[in-house]
Design a protein around this ligand. Structure first.
Ligand code: UDP
Length: 415
């Protein structure tokens, strides 16, 4: 417990912590900021989470609890703008944040920024006042651009900002040791880095049995169900999963179902990838066994994870991968790409299987291995749950962050 209620500003320019997750680029970062913010507040911090107002009909302030709120600042159009097109609005965002601070009569001594856009905001704030910056990348340009065919025009600004931030922030947070290695080998040897993993809600996930979950969702109790949930983005590798199911030997022998959740309807921001995936599903003749429930409401999410026999995280790269933790907390084995943070959350052969990304046949074989051995499937699920409870709760993430904040605030007082 912090002895005095200390203010901390969390900044997440494009990842609004108060929105519905699962559409318009909202994903792990939104969840991380919201959960960290609320857990810090429970531990006695006064938390303001700053984000960009991206819909004119949304309130500018959302109270999550008595000492945790989301503040939406108007910078650029009050409309959805893809993250790669937000850079020009950042100076206005900084001005609005400074105005808010002035009106509220607070002076933040610590800012925790998220993603490179917010890193820029944190560095700009430092030019105005004495403030310590803690930064979580969520995704590193240097890693991401290795896996995309063409870089967006903003790429060089992003890479420069990420390097400057690692070198100047009081602390950069990596969510896995793979991320430390990436920062060191691909970005810069300078700067202070700590490893604090992401977390998950271990009470919500794991609260319902498989049978009850299937009943609740109207799913066949005897079906073999493979589940994907997340944003529709080519780097998420949904195509690999679909092709793997096509190759699966089990597919024709059982009532096999593939549930691909998340994403908006075709025609919306992430609709292009969804349309592409649906086309592949049709081409491979998988339409009758594949379901696209769209964005899954929060209250049904634990049931979907619990109902699944296996949860697939086929990303080409994944800085951390909250979905893997949520599935594991729900006692569902995970088949995940052997990349990024997934290599640390999933223990291959113990809590699931790690498979090289984009290797359809290896994915098919791994999914079949788990689905054809019910006893092993259960063992993997139990071990997965135990691992998450031991290492990955939001409370422990927030305690680690709180310790770091306190240390930085104390050392800045000494200066
Ligand atoms: N999510 C959700 N509803 C959806 C799709 C995704 O709540 O329809 C959540 C999911 O439960 C997880 C987050 O979005 O908490 C995705 O985080 P992850 O780190 O796996 O991927 P990212 O979006 O950061 O790439």
């Amino acid at each position: 417990m912090a002895s005095v209620k200390q203010h901390v500003a969390l900044v997440s320019v494009h990842g609004d912590p108060a929105v519905e997750i699962g559409k318009e680029e909202a994903g792990g970062q939104n969840v991380y900021v919201r959960q960290v913010g609320e857990a810090l507040a429970r531990q006695g911090w006064q938390v303001e989470m700053f984000t960009r107002q991206s819909h004119s009909d949304r309130p500018s302030i959302v109270e999550h609890s008595s000492n945790c709120r989301t503040i939406r600042l108007t910078a650029g159009p009050e409309d959805f703008v893809p993250r790669d097109e937000l850079f020009d609005y950042l100076p206005t965002f900084v001005d609005r944040l400074l105005e808010f601070q002035e009106h509220a009569g607070v002076r933040y001594q610590l800012v925790h920024t998220n993603y490179w856009l917010s890193a820029w905001v944190g560095m700009a704030l430092k030019k105005h006042q004495k403030i310590a910056q803690v930064h979580t990348h969520h995704s590193l340009g240097a890693v991401k651009y290795r896996t995309v065919a063409s870089k967006p025009p903003i790429a060089s600004v992003r890479l420069e900002t990420e390097q400057a931030c690692i070198e100047t922030a009081e602390r950069a947070i990596a969510t896995s040791s793979q991320e430390v290695e990436d920062m060191r080998s691909l970005v810069t040897p300078k700067g202070n880095i700590d490893v604090i993993p992401c977390g998950t809600d271990i009470e919500r996930f794991g609260s319902i049995s498989k049978l009850d979950a299937r009943q609740k969702l109207g799913l066949d109790p005897n079906a073999k169900i493979a589940f994907y949930i997340g944003r529709f983005d080519p780097r998420k590798g949904i195509e690999t999963l679909v092709r793997a199911i096509h190759l699966s030997e089990l597919r024709n022998k059982t009532n096999f179902q593939l549930i691909i959740g998340g994403g908006s309807r075709p025609g919306q921001a992430d609709g292009r990838e969804r349309e592409r995936i649906e086309q592949i599903v049709d081409e491979l003749g998988l339409r009758s066994l594949t379901h696209f429930p769209g964005r899954i409401p929060d209250e049904l999410m634990p049931a979907y994870y619990a109902a699944a026999d296996v949860c697939a995280v086929p990303s080409h790269y994944e800085p951390f991968g909250l979905v893997a933790l949520e599935a594991m907390a729900s006692r569902t084995p995970v088949v995940a790409s052997q990349v990024g943070g997934l290599q640390y959350s999933v223990v291959s052969e113990e809590t699931g299987l790690l498979v090289p990304p984009q290797e359809d046949a290896a994915w098919a074989a791994s999914i079949d291995r788990i689905l054809s051995d019910e006893t092993w499937q259960k063992q993997l699920g139990q071990a997965a749950r135990a691992r998450v409870v031991r290492h990955f709760s939001w409370e422990s993430v927030a305690s680690n962050l709180a310790r770091l904040y306190t240390q930085l605030l104390e050392s800045s007082l000494e200066k």
